[in-house]
Design a protein around this ligand. Structure first.
Ligand SMILES: [Zn+2]
Length: 258
């Protein structure tokens, strides 16, 4: 089991990702692991400009230099001749607590706008969450499990052969969100101090109101029900909420009481 889980070293290796983007990635990881990882530290590891790095060797270097729970991000290609590595985008060495991510194949065709850069950073974050998930002992699932917000679970994995590289990035990596699906949450909650944070659920309010509704106290439920009525139940994703119409109406009625 992972030691020193509450602190994550994020180490940039020869990459052109800015310091503020690395912090954005760190904050995204904190959000995904809800209380399990409490802080991160960003460092830069000097290395000669390399076109590719042996992934296994890189994890050993980072483990020796930084120790503990570490995520290395590089723009070099990660060579994966080793069976321990699960993808061409990143890998995790089971003998230490180091995961590494390569941004090489995550870039859009070109980065000429903020939108393209944001997409690139978003992809790097998603692959980082996936690899850190492996650090926690989560395994890949290839059955396109979705989290409550409707996005693919960060641990989703498809077949490269089926999609091709660019298609894979768009279908699987872009399709992932930052929230895990039930079984992954169950695993993290059972083994680690993973919190089902209400702050994060609030963000999902428009997508999955009934789930949120259920987690609120009576006063919150009444407010939520009133909001839902105004929100005009936004389509198919709200089916769960529509099924619970009776409960919601009960709450709305109570709103009128003194
Ligand atoms: Zn994986």
């Amino acid at each position: 089991m992972l030691k020193n889980i509450s602190k994550l070293n994020i180490v940039r290796i020869g990459s052109y990702i800015t310091h503020s983007s690395l912090k954005e990635i760190g904050n995204g990881i904190l959000e995904s692991f809800k209380g399990t990882i409490k802080e991160f530290k960003v460092s830069h590891h000097d290395s000669p400009v390399l076109d590719n790095i042996d992934a296994h060797l890189l994890t050993m270097i980072l483990d020796e230099e930084y120790g503990g729970h570490t995520l290395g991000i590089t723009d070099a290609d990660l060579k994966t001749e080793n069976e321990f590595y699960n993808s061409i985008f990143g890998g995790k060495n089971p003998k230490n607590d180091v995961a590494v991510v390569s941004t090489k194949k995550l870039s859009p065709q070109e980065i000429t706008s903020d939108k393209e850069y944001d997409l690139f950073i978003g992809r790097t974050l998603k692959v980082s969450v996936h690899e850190v998930g492996h650090n926690f002992g989560l395994t890949d699932h290839a059955s396109y499990k979705k989290a409550l917000d409707g996005s693919l679970c960060p641990m989703s994995r498809g077949e490269y052969n089926k999609f091709g590289l660019r298609g894979y990035v768009r279908a699987i990596i872009d399709g992932r969100g930052l929230n895990f699906y039930d079984e992954c949450i169950g695993f993290l909650s059972a083994i680690y101090d993973y919190k089902r944070s209400q702050t994060n659920l609030m963000k999902d309010a428009l997508i999955c109101p009934y789930f949120l509704y259920n987690t609120l106290g009576k006063k919150g439920q009444i407010q939520m029900a009133a909001n839902l009525q105004g929100a005009n139940l936004q389509g198919a994703k709200l089916e769960g909420a529509i099924l619970q119409e009776a409960d919601l109406e009960g709450a709305i009625l109570e709103k009128g009481k003194p």
